[in-house]
Design a protein around this ligand. Sequence first.
Ligand code: C5P
Length: 443
Amino acid sequence: MKKVVLGVTGCIGAYKAPDLVRALRKRDLRVQVILTRAAREFVSPLSLATVSGEPVLEHLFPDAEPGETAGEGPDPTGGVRHISLTEETDVFLVAPATAHVIARMALGLADDFLTTFHLAVRAPILVAPAMNTNMLTHEATRGHLRTLRERGAAIIEPGEGELACGWLGPGRLAEIPEIVEAVEHALEETATRQDLAGRKVVVAAGPTREPIDPVRYLTNRSSGRMGFELGEVAAARGADVTLVLGPTDLEPPAGQEVVRVETAREMRDQMFAAAPEADAVIMAAAVADFRPAHNSGFKLKSTGFRRENATSSLALVANPDILGELGAARAADSGSGPAVLVGFAAETGEPEGESIRKLREKRCDLIVGNQVGQGRVFGLDSTQAVLVESHDGQAPSVSRREPESKRALADAVCDVIVRRLERRPPAGIAERSEAKRSSPSQP
Ligand code: C5P
């Protein structure tokens, strides 16, 4: 049975929470309620525990009084409940969501059970705001809702009508059937889409590190996050994923084969080893374009550099263009290489023109263009991209995305991959039938 974690926060709409719980349970869903301190003023934990059939979670500390501060509370099973609960959660719904809780979620605060759980959970997040019209339309609230949406949360729009404060306008908690429908939709989205089942996807992620000497190296600001999202989404949609990962501090997601590399040349070797078996290859890595011409076997001395106005130079040589080489190899032998080849373009200027140029130059199927710099993209959860896709004998198509989470962008990239793989047999099968054709002596 799927489990919905329902966060109930403190506004008059909270009186509808028991009905919402009952409606969800009628759909054969388990409901675990988290109650904020303010919500307790509007609805009793006992009512919610009775209708949900589960004890209501209120405190980070098991024996804390309302008003406790952040910390980690053990759960009866010996774990930390706001973390262990994440593993059981299929959807996290906050309904009603007050302006204050929306702001705390947007800012990533973690000062009670609900907000701490919000940071830890990776299930789809749904937010059903309920508040006075002016509070809802205030730029602060709108900005926080935008932030949540960009990170991938779905906002269940409030309805219009008479509000508890006597006003007429938008701000009423969405109707219960609408909220239930949104929950079911989110569950369907995560559960049913196995459109990459049987496919092999290889993702290159993170930066590369090019040694100058045993101590120093050249690298860049890539965190690897985009590649992680791509790997996770492709795996969730059924693909067998290999992540070829440059050095990054972030832990790669579980459940994927991870091949660690350091330099561009190591990455190239691993990509060429994996590509023949792959249906899709995604180069989301920020590969260093150059490396020091000499990797000194000993630490270079600073002697001589410390004089005022002293300058020095580091000779660089070009690294292999892995994506370009994969594209060229595939063009030279159409049977070789993945059916879908995806690259990224990180540009400080407008990304569209460069993405079109790279699509042609590197002979790939899709370039995901991003604007970088000034705090954009690197290391962040959200992005705004342009998708430039090739079409046989036609001009490339350009699709500009709204600001969105990297997870949502990863889904859009997988959508393109799925569409392009349609009616093509999986790479392994194609290879095997090719081998059969070329060895007639086989039975
Ligand atoms: O030419 P540019 O570096 O902007 O191209 C970016 C795309 O090419 C990315 O997909 C990146 O992973 C890939 N790339 C590569 N090998 C390089 C440089 C970039 O595969 N040496």
